[in-house]
Design a protein around this ligand. Structure first.
Ligand SMILES: C[S@@+](CC[C@H](N)C(=O)[O-])C[C@H]1O[C@@H](n2cnc3c(N)ncnc32)[C@H](O)[C@@H]1O
Length: 487
């Protein structure tokens, strides 16, 4: 007899749709809350993308691959490092033979073969992958259709695969994975998703902001800290489309001013490309958002080249030099300009290290606070909602807040009553960071940071509770204050 008990089948929170512009894409079929899991999925294939000696990685090293390597052992020993870069494609090649049905599905992924044919990238893959696999006898060398299939596989990987971080300390191993559903996610420079993977590369797709039923679900294929020009160029070169999202089509990139230079005329406003979607940004006019002064793109390019050359010359280990450069660049660029962001990131590397010392320099901690605050405010515009980058910046931001507050209190520069709200500020920033970091798998760097952060939050809460108890005795002795900060 048939089992009449109903089994709850989870309904999908998205459907596949099609548009002329995006091709296939995923659309929300229900309202989604930030943090909500939209779907999880196992990768079809995982492999390294650049040369590395570590071939033995993960269960994606299948028995047929093993057999093939054993057969060609001597020849492969010689070409080990070249081989690694071809491994992902070889794995798809083997999958084609092993699981033709799955290959049919993979084959349906967008590869943009027409746009790649006879370009530099085609030539590169021909030499480094197709010819390499043929010369090592890992694929038939005499069949011309093999080259075409391998090029198709290269296109599929380049357009659809996601970057993965190897679990544990496998430095220098750059992995990419192909996922069936995630390959249908479209791009937006201000996406609405947050992607995490666990140790087995299982992918979880979360909503990063509230998503309405009918919205396209999408993420940023590129990186948020590039200006629109670099981002659009990267998308054009690697994903073969011209991005016209709300950030790219706005002159001032939604008031983030990430590509804007200070108006040389009024010195108050910032210049943005008059026609942001132009193909020739340095041949068109840029316009000031305050006085509407127009300036030729080539002049902007010269200015940027000059700024770039200053950044190239600076000593990355020298905080003072970097701080001077940051101030100098502010005379020309908006504080959120991607070139200033480069300098800020270099500075953060130094400050981060300083923050781990028992007696960090006050100036460094003050600057760290400033840089983190500015970066956070920018990320709120360009990567709203849940963002990995934001979580890290929030974490780093709370460090100088707590350190400077404790220092000021122990030196009697602030009262215990003043200490409490400042520490609470630090705790609330840390909590914000943790709500994001705790979405990460425990073994990832962010997952580990979350564990450390939880410990710090506990200590901070104890400190706040003690400060509250002690605030009744406002005339706390210096000894009492020091004791408080030893917690
Ligand atoms: C990972 S695939 C996404 C699935 C693809 N649309 C399909 O039908 O298989 C990436 C490709 O989708 C298209 N695409 C994604 N986002 C886009 C966007 N914002 N504007 C135009 N095309 C986009 C581009 O062709 C891009 O190379």
């Amino acid at each position: 007899m048939e089992d009449t008990k109903s089994i709850a089948v989870p309904t999908l929170k998205y459907k596949v749709d099609y548009s002329e512009k995006l091709g296939r894409y995923l659309q929300a079929t229900t309202d989604l809350q930030p943090g909500e899991v939209i779907f999880r999925e196992e990768p079809i294939i995982v492999g390294p993308i650049i040369s590395n000696k570590n071939l033995e990685h993960s269960r994606y090293h299948t028995p047929d691959e093993c057999e093939l390597f054993k057969t060609n052992k001597d020849q492969l020993q010689l070409a080990l490092s070249c081989l690694t870069g071809t491994l992902l494609i070889l794995r798809i090649w083997l999958l084609k033979k092993r699981d033709p049905k799955l290959w049919e599905r993979v084959k349906s992924m967008e590869a943009h073969l027409d746009k790649r044919r006879d370009t530099e990238v085609w030539e590169h893959r021909e030499i480094h992958i197709v010819a390499m696999l043929k010369s090592l006898d890992l694929v038939p060398g005499d069949d011309p259709s093999v080259s075409e299939v391998l090029q198709l596989m290269c296109g599929i990987v380049d357009v659809n695969s996601l970057e993965l971080r190897p679990p544990g300390p496998k430095e220098g191993l750059y992995l990419r994975g192909l996922f069936m559903e995630a390959s249908l996610l479209s791009h937006n420079c201000r996406g609405n998703l947050y992607l995490t993977t666990d140790n087995n590369f299982k992918l979880t797709v979360h909503a990063s902001v509230p998503i309405k039923k009918g919205d396209t679900i999408c993420f940023n294929y590129s990186t948020p800290l590039l200006g629109a020009l670099a981002r659009r160029q990267h998308l054009k070169m690697t994903k073969y489309f011209e991005c016209d999202c709300s950030v790219c089509s706005d002159r001032y990139e939604m008031e983030s001013y990430i590509s804007s230079i200070l108006c040389p005329r009024c010195k108050k406003g910032y210049m943005g490309i008059e026609d942001p979607l132009t193909k020739f940004p340095y041949k068109t006019k840029w316009i000031c958002n305050k006085c509407e002064h127009r300036m030729g793109g080539c002049l902007i390019k010269t200015t940027l080249d000059l700024c770039k050359s200053l950044i190239e010359k600076v000593d990355n280990q020298d905080a003072k030099e970097l701080e001077i450069l940051r101030r100098k660049l502010l005379n020309t660029l908006h504080r959120n300009h991607y070139l200033i962001l480069l300098v800020k990131q270099k500075l953060l590397t130094i400050y981060r290290l300083e923050a781990t010392k028992s007696y960090p320099k006050k100036r460094f901690m003050e600057n760290m606070l400033d840089v983190c605050k500015e970066m956070y405010e920018l990320l709120e515009i360009i990567e709203p909602g849940i963002s990995r980058f934001k979580a890290i910046i929030l974490y780093e931001w709370h460090l100088p807040i707590v350190w400077l507050t404790n220092r000021a209190h122990s030196r009697e520069q602030i009262s215990t009553m003043e200490l409490i709200p400042r520490l609470e500020d630090g705790a609330s920033i840390l909590k914000k960071s943790l709500t994001i970091l705790l979405l990460e798998s425990p073994d990832t760097p962010e997952g580990k940071l979350a564990r450390k952060g939880l410990q710090k939050l506990k200590t901070l809460n104890t400190l706040i509770a003690d400060a509250k108890a002690l605030s009744k005795f406002e005339n706390l002795t210096i000894h009492g204050r020091r004791k408080l900060h030893k917690i």
